[in-house]
Design a protein. Structure first.
Length: 97
Protein backbone atom coordinates (compact mmCIF):
# COMPACT_ATOMS: atom_id res chain seq x y z
CA UNK A 1 0.00 0.00 0.00
CA UNK A 2 1.39 3.40 -0.96
CA UNK A 3 1.88 6.09 1.66
CA UNK A 4 -0.54 8.98 1.05
CA UNK A 5 0.93 12.32 -0.01
CA UNK A 6 1.17 15.23 2.44
CA UNK A 7 -1.74 16.87 0.63
CA UNK A 8 -3.88 13.74 1.04
CA UNK A 9 -2.90 13.42 4.71
CA UNK A 10 -3.86 17.05 5.28
CA UNK A 11 -7.26 16.47 3.66
CA UNK A 12 -7.83 13.40 5.88
CA UNK A 13 -6.85 15.39 8.98
CA UNK A 14 -9.36 18.07 8.02
CA UNK A 15 -12.05 15.42 7.61
CA UNK A 16 -11.30 14.07 11.08
CA UNK A 17 -11.54 17.61 12.49
CA UNK A 18 -15.00 17.82 10.90
CA UNK A 19 -15.89 14.55 12.63
CA UNK A 20 -14.74 16.01 15.94
CA UNK A 21 -17.00 19.03 15.38
CA UNK A 22 -19.94 16.77 14.47
CA UNK A 23 -19.51 14.67 17.64
CA UNK A 24 -19.40 17.83 19.76
CA UNK A 25 -22.48 19.27 18.06
CA UNK A 26 -24.48 16.05 18.42
CA UNK A 27 -23.57 15.64 22.10
CA UNK A 28 -24.44 19.27 22.83
CA UNK A 29 -27.77 18.88 20.98
CA UNK A 30 -28.55 15.78 23.03
CA UNK A 31 -27.67 17.66 26.19
CA UNK A 32 -30.11 20.42 25.27
CA UNK A 33 -32.86 17.82 24.74
CA UNK A 34 -32.09 15.59 27.73
CA UNK A 35 -30.76 16.17 31.18
CA UNK A 36 -27.06 15.68 31.78
CA UNK A 37 -27.99 12.94 34.24
CA UNK A 38 -29.83 10.96 31.56
CA UNK A 39 -26.76 11.08 29.29
CA UNK A 40 -24.73 9.65 32.17
CA UNK A 41 -27.03 6.66 32.68
CA UNK A 42 -25.89 3.19 31.73
CA UNK A 43 -27.32 2.04 28.41
CA UNK A 44 -25.85 -1.47 28.47
CA UNK A 45 -22.93 -3.59 29.58
CA UNK A 46 -20.66 -5.63 27.35
CA UNK A 47 -18.08 -8.18 28.38
CA UNK A 48 -15.39 -5.51 28.36
CA UNK A 49 -17.17 -2.19 28.79
CA UNK A 50 -20.01 -0.21 30.29
CA UNK A 51 -21.84 1.78 27.62
CA UNK A 52 -23.46 5.03 28.71
CA UNK A 53 -26.18 6.95 26.88
CA UNK A 54 -23.65 9.59 25.81
CA UNK A 55 -21.51 6.80 24.29
CA UNK A 56 -24.45 5.68 22.19
CA UNK A 57 -24.82 9.19 20.78
CA UNK A 58 -21.16 9.54 19.86
CA UNK A 59 -20.92 5.99 18.46
CA UNK A 60 -23.90 6.58 16.18
CA UNK A 61 -22.44 9.91 15.05
CA UNK A 62 -19.09 8.29 14.26
CA UNK A 63 -20.58 5.42 12.24
CA UNK A 64 -22.98 7.71 10.35
CA UNK A 65 -20.24 10.26 9.65
CA UNK A 66 -17.74 7.71 8.30
CA UNK A 67 -20.47 6.19 6.14
CA UNK A 68 -21.34 9.57 4.64
CA UNK A 69 -17.96 11.33 4.44
CA UNK A 70 -14.95 9.01 4.41
CA UNK A 71 -13.31 8.79 0.96
CA UNK A 72 -13.73 5.39 -0.66
CA UNK A 73 -10.14 5.43 -1.93
CA UNK A 74 -8.82 5.45 1.67
CA UNK A 75 -10.28 2.32 3.29
CA UNK A 76 -10.00 2.02 7.04
CA UNK A 77 -10.98 -0.26 9.87
CA UNK A 78 -12.69 1.41 12.80
CA UNK A 79 -11.53 0.17 16.19
CA UNK A 80 -13.67 1.57 18.98
CA UNK A 81 -15.07 0.47 22.31
CA UNK A 82 -18.66 -0.61 21.92
CA UNK A 83 -18.10 -2.28 18.56
CA UNK A 84 -16.80 -5.57 19.93
CA UNK A 85 -19.99 -7.42 19.00
CA UNK A 86 -20.23 -5.82 15.54
CA UNK A 87 -17.31 -7.69 14.03
CA UNK A 88 -14.90 -5.84 11.78
CA UNK A 89 -16.20 -2.39 10.82
CA UNK A 90 -14.65 -0.93 7.67
CA UNK A 91 -15.28 2.08 5.51
CA UNK A 92 -16.40 1.85 2.86
CA UNK A 93 -18.58 -0.83 4.44
CA UNK A 94 -17.43 -4.38 3.81
CA UNK A 95 -14.29 -3.36 1.94
CA UNK A 96 -11.33 -5.49 2.91
CA UNK A 97 -8.20 -3.61 3.92
Amino acid sequence: MAIPSEQKLDSLRLLLCQLQDKIRDDVLAARRNDSTESLATVATHTISDTIYQIDKISEKTIIDWFTAHWPSDEPLELVMEGLEDSGIVTFPAGRPL
